[in-house]
Design a protein around this ligand. Structure first.
Ligand code: NAP
Length: 332
């Protein structure tokens, strides 16, 4: 039996388990020329999936009701009529939330279990690492000696951004939501300072204390009041990388923030939205560099791995609440 998870309801506000539907089917799986039969090994749950649940224009189409949800998946090739892949290979790509499925090979990448753990190809050596590396370098343009602030710092992207900042010789300040995560940022990931936004009353003052010379690069994963507080501390010619806005993904009203224009004008600062898929031509170079740093022990990563296909929706809901460290994955 093949299990699938379908998108049942468009959530308003926080998604619920009842927005997902499990089905079981008895499939024969006769593959045609150029097709593969895949068995799912790891499923990535990511904040951007929340955006795809809204029926709204974005950089990626919304999920269709009654159809399977899809995300980054590592799968094992069980049968192949595509000469690029053989039985036993592992591949990564955007696939459906199904235990088994037929796929054309397009858009799938072979991943090498010898070089890194399979799960890393959905994290530091996948879109997460690419987002961190390309967002920071292409828009943040970090220079040695500058100060970098990262929000969502204990998350999959943020933890890699901060470590790259340290490799490049910056002072790095991370913002996260539990004392355990704060400790992890300085002791495991080498951040210079970390601020708990849930227990700090005056974020503007806390950032000023941690960054007495001001903020040159802000890597924004969360938006909302945290980002407002950073704005008060930016330097002349600061670069603000707008990568994510997880604090407002479940908002049912248009969120209010401070007016950014005066801060940008008086500091001649740059604020730019970032979408990783706009930089595909730079993916090979970025992955090579990330893999090199990983091999050299300059880069490390943390994962939260939940077990069982039936737990994918709950893992996604927990992710949106920050109930995990580093990259969140489900192992099937
Ligand atoms: P993640 O692993 O879920 O990390 C997000 C972090 O944000 C969590 O560690 C969470 O922990 C924190 N957070 C959650 N709710 C928050 C709130 N209301 N206020 C402040 N912090 C909150 O996600 P990720 O994969 O690293 O992605 C990070 C961001 O980048 C997301 O917004 C995602 O949509 C975006 N992204 C963008 C691209 C792109 O191409 N633009 C690509 C990938 C990801 P704590 O609250 O406990 O600190």
């Amino acid at each position: 039996m093949t299990q699938s998870i379908l998108f049942k309801n468009r959530p308003i506000g926080k998604p619920k388990l009842s927005d997902f539907e499990f089905i079981k089917e008895d499939n024969d799986f006769n593959i045609k020329q150029d097709e593969l039969l895949l068995e799912t090994t790891y499923v990535s749950v990511d904040p951007y999936l929340r955006g795809r649940m809204n029926d709204a224009k974005s950089y990626i189409p919304p999920f269709e009701l009654g159809k399977p949800i899809s995300s980054g998946i590592i799968a094992k090739v069980m049968a192949s009529k595509d000469e690029k892949f053989k039985v036993g290979d592992f591949v990564s790509g955007r696939l459906d939330w199904k235990t088994r499925q037929i796929s054309k090979g397009d858009g799938l990448l072979k991943v090498d279990e010898e070089k890194a753990k399979l799960s890393a190809y959905l994290g530091v050596l996948g879109l997460t690492g690419l987002t961190a590396y390309l967002g920071l370098n292409e828009i943040g343009k970090p220079k040695q000696g500058e100060t970098l602030v990262v929000s969502g710092a204990a998350g999959a992207v943020g933890s890699v951004v901060g470590q790259i900042g340290k490799i490049l010789g910056l002072t790095v300040i991370g913002i996260a939501g539990t004392d355990e995560k704060i400790k992890m940022l300085t002791s495991e990931f080498g951040f210079d300072h970390a601020i708990n936004y849930k227990t700090t009353k005056d974020m503007k003052a806390a950032i000023k204390t941690a960054a007495p010379n001001g903020v040159d690069v802000y890597f924004d994963n969360v938006g909302g009041p945290i980002s407002d507080a950073v704005l008060f501390n930016i330097n002349q010619f600061a670069r603000l990388v707008i990568c994510g806005a997880i604090s407002v993904y479940n908002s049912t009203e248009i969120p209010h923030s401070v007016s950014v224009q005066p801060f940008l004008i008086k500091n001649s600062a740059l604020m730019q939205g970032f979408i990783v898929s706009n930089y595909t031509e730079k993916f090979p170079e970025a992955i090579n560099q990330l893999a090199r740093w990983l091999q050299e022990g300059k880069l490390t990563y943390t994962e939260t791995i939940v077990e069982g296909f039936e737990n994918i929706p709950q893992a996604f809901l927990d992710l949106l609440e920050g109930k995990k460290k580093g990259k969140m994955l489900v192992e099937i």
